[in-house]
Ligand binder design. Structure first.
Ligand code: FES
Length: 101
């Protein structure tokens, strides 16, 4: 699946992967603002992204644990996801995620 990241500098970077989490993809390609400090266990919120409104159905909703983490983040809105909790699959092809910083 091809996934486009909008970085904090407003740069658009499109990456492709078949599996793993979106956070792993972003970290291994040095996407600014995605740190993945907790290693992907939903406890740091340094992988926060805003899903493009038209892609929300493809990406799906945050779990309850994820929502609890997001509530602690001032930048959170209805489009927020922690991208370590998004598994890459063909279903994600073409989605755009804005790094929430
Ligand atoms: Fe820590 Fe996603 S990498 S919450």
């Amino acid at each position: 699946a091809k996934i486009t990241f909008i970085t904090p500098d407003n740069e658009s970077v499109t990456l492709e992967a078949e599996q793993g989490s979106v956070m792993e993809l972003a970290v291994s390609n040095n996407i600014a603002g995605i740190d993945g400090d907790c290693g992907g266990v939903c406890s740091c919120a340094t992988c926060h992204v805003h899903v493009a409104p038209e892609d929300v159905a493809k990406v799906g909703a945050a779990s309850e644990i994820e929502q609890d983490m997001l509530e602690l983040d001032d930048n959170a809105n209805e489009y927020s996801r922690l991208c370590c909790q998004i598994e890459i699959s063909e279903q994600l092809d073409g989605v755009t995620l804005t790094v929430a910083g």
